[in-house]
Write a protein that binds this ligand. Structure first.
Ligand code: ATP
Ligand code: MG
Ligand code: MG
Ligand code: MG
Length: 462
C-alpha cells in the first residue's frame, strides 16, 4: 500500500464513522506555546479547553508536523523524522475510550490487515479501565498488555494545557522471540505507530490537574511508520514517502544507496528527511532567519547542504531535490506547488550563502593549521562553530587530514559555558496566560518541543 493510499484509507475509515475530514493546520501554529505544529491535536486545543465551540463532534485529519526534538534521531533511528504526517481521529466530548480503542483495533487489523498477534498495546499504569477494555472487549491476553509510566503514557502538548492518559499500539517485527518478555523500548523489535490519548484534564502552571468539561479523544498514527510496516522495509526512509528524494540525492552524488556505507546512508536519510521539512515550512510562510522558526529552518537547510557536501555534491542541489518532494506532496498538499518559486529561491539563496560560509571556515581553519599547532584548540573549534557557523565534524575531518586532533573537551567546555549564559538569560513564560505571546515568542530562538516531562533544552543542530 502506498503512503498516499494509507493516508486516504485512514481518513475514509473515520469519515465512514461520522468524522468530518478537516485540512491540516499550518506548521505555524495559532497556539503560542509551541514554535511549530508538533501534533494533530494542536489546532483543536482551544476546543479541548472549552475556549472555542466545537465545529463538529468528530473530526479526522492528516496533520503536517515538525518535531525538532527528534532531529538527532534522524537517520539514526529507523522511525524518527523532523517532518512527518500524523493521521488523527478526534472526539470532542463525543465518543471516548471504548469506541476509540475498538476503532483503532478494527482499522489496524481489518483494514490495514496487521496480524493481531503482532500487535502489543500499552496503557498508562493507573488506567485499569483501558486495560480492561483491551483484555475483555478486544480479547488481548492480559500478559501482552503493557502498563507504562507517565513518560510514555500520559500525553500532553506541553508543560501546561490539555492532557490525559494514553494507550499506544506497537507493532512487533520479531514475534518469534515470544511474549515472555515484551520490552517495548527495544526498537529493533517494536515500533510504536498509534497513540490514543484520552484527553480529560487540564494542567495548570503549578502542575495541578483539573478535569476538562468534556472527555475527548485525540489520536496520532504516524503515516511514515505505518508505511514502513505495510511496505515491509527496514526503516521509514525506504518507504515511497521519502525514498525518491534519497534516490535523487544519490544520483546527483553518483552513488548507489543500496551498496553505500552506513555513514553515506545517514547523510542521504538526513537529506531525504529535512528536504520535506524545509519545503513544508517555507510553504507555510517561514523564511530563514536567525530567530525562532526561521532559525530552525535555516539550520535544517544548512544540514541538508552540509550532508550534500559530505556526499561530494558540488553543484546547487537543494532546488532539484525539493522538486521531487513537491511532486510527491502536491496531490494532498497543493500549497507546496503554489509556493514553488518561493521555496526554490529560498533554498537556492540559503544554499549558496552556506556554501560560502563553509568555504570561509575552511580558509580560517587552514590559517590556524598553517601556524603548526599540536592540536586544534577547543576555543578555535568553538569560534569556528559559533561565530562562523562552521560545523565541528568538519573541523575534525579537515584537522584529521593534517594528522591533527581537535580538543573535544575544550570545545564542550566552551559550548557549556555558552549554554550557561543562554540559560541565565532564559525566560519562563506562563503558558496558561491568555495574553498574546506571539511577539515574545519570536524573540526566543530556541523554544521548541522537547517531549513531555523533560526540561526544555535547545537542540544541537549542526
Ligand atoms: P516515539 O516514542 O517513537 O518517539 P512518541 O511517543 O514521541 O513516539 P507521540 O507523541 O505519541 O509519539 O505521537 C503520535 C504518533 O506520531 C506516534 O505514535 C508515531 O507514530 C508518530 N510520531 C511521533 N514522533 C514522530 C517522529 N519524530 N517521526 C515520525 N513519526 C512520529
Ligand atoms: Mg512513545
Ligand atoms: Mg507516543
Ligand atoms: Mg518521541
Amino acid at each position: 500500500m502506498t503512503g498516499a493510499a494509507i493516508r486516504q484509507t485512514f481518513l475514509d475509515f473515520y469519515q465512514a464513522r461520522g468524522h468530518r475530514i478537516l485540512p491540516s493546520a499550518s506548521l505555524v501554529p495559532e497556539d503560542p506555546t509551541v514554535l511549530l505544529t508538533i501534533a494533530g491535536m494542536l489546532q483543536f486545543k482551544p476546543v479541548f479547553l472549552g475556549q472555542r465551540e466545537r465545529l463538529v463532534p468528530r473530526a479526522t485529519t492528516s496533520q503536517k508536523c515538525v518535531r525538532t526534538n527528534d532531529i538527532e534521531n534522524v537517520g539514526v533511528t529507523a522511525r524518527h523524522h523532523t517532518f512527518f504526517e500524523m493521521l488523527g481521529n478526534f472526539s470532542f466530548g463525543d465518543y471516548f475510550k471504548e469506541q476509540a480503542i475498538a476503532w483503532a483495533w478494527e482499522l489496524s487489523t481489518q483494514v490495514f490487515g496487521l496480524p493481531a498477534d503482532r500487535l502489543v498495546p500499552s496503557v498508562y499504569e493507573e488506567d485499569d479501565e483501558a486495560f480492561a477494555i483491551w483484555r475483555d472487549q478486544i480479547g488481548i491476553p492480559a500478559h501482552r498488555i503493557q502498563r507504562m509510566g507517565s513518560e510514555d503514557n500520559f500525553w500532553a502538548s506541553g508543560p501546561t494545557g490539555p492532557c490525559g492518559p494514553c494507550s499506544e499500539i506497537y507493532y512487533d517485527f520479531h514475534p518469534e522471540q515470544g511474549d515472555q518478555k515484551l520490552d517495548l523500548e527495544d526498537d529493533r523489535r517494536f515500533i510504536e505507530f498509534y497513540n490514543l490519548v484520552f484527553m480529560q484534564y487540564n494542567r495548570d502552571a503549578e502542575g495541578n490537574l483539573t478535569p476538562l468539561a468534556n472527555q475527548n479523544i485525540d489520536t496520532g498514527l504516524g503515516l511514515e511508520r505505518m508505511a514502513q510496516i505495510l511496505q515491509a522495509v527496514p526503516n521509514n526512509y525506504e518507504t515511497d514517502l521519502i525514498f525518491p528524494m534519497i534516490e535523487a540525492a544519490a544520483n546527483l552524488a553518483g552513488l548507489n544507496y543500496a551498496t553505500a556505507e552506513d555513514r553515506t546512508k545517514t547523510s542521504l536519510k538526513v537529506i531525504g528527511d529535512h528536504i520535506r521539512a524545509v519545503m513544508h515550512m517555507i510553504a507555510d510562510g517561514i523564511t530563514a532567519s536567525n530567530m525562532g522558526r526561521g532559525y530552525v529552518l535555516r539550520r535544517l537547510i544548512r544540514r541538508v547542504v552540509r550532508h550534500g557536501q559530505l556526499l561530494g555534491i558540488s553543484e546547487l542541489f537543494t532546488p532539484q531535490v525539493v522538486e521531487v518532494a513537491m511532486q510527491l506532496a502536491e496531490p494532498f498538499y497543493p500549497e507546496v506547488r503554489e509556493r514553488d518559486s518561493v521555496i526554490k529561491s529560498e533554498l537556492e539563496r540559503e544554499e549558496i550563502q552556506f556554501r560560502k560560509t563553509l568555504d570561509r571556515g575552511e580558509k580560517l581553519l587552514a590559517e590556524i593549521i598553517a601556524q603548526g599547532p599540536k592540536q586544534i584548540s577547543g576555543q578555535d573549534a568553538f569560534t569556528l562553530y559559533d561565530t562562523h557557523g562552521f560545523p565541528l565534524e568538519l573541523t575534525e575531518e579537515i584537522a584529521a587530514e593534517q594528522g591533527l586532533i581537535v580538543d573535544r573537551a575544550g570545545f564542550d567546555a566552551a559550548m557549556e559555558e555558552q549554554r550557561q549564559r543562554a540559560k541565565d538569560a532564559h525566560i519562563t513564560i506562563d503558558l496558561t496566560a491568555q495574553a498574546d505571546l506571539d511577539a515574545l515568542l519570536m524573540d526566543l530562538p530556541h523554544t521548541e518541543f522537547v517531549g513531555y516531562g523533560q526540561p526544555a533544552q535547545s537542540a544541537k543542530i549542526l
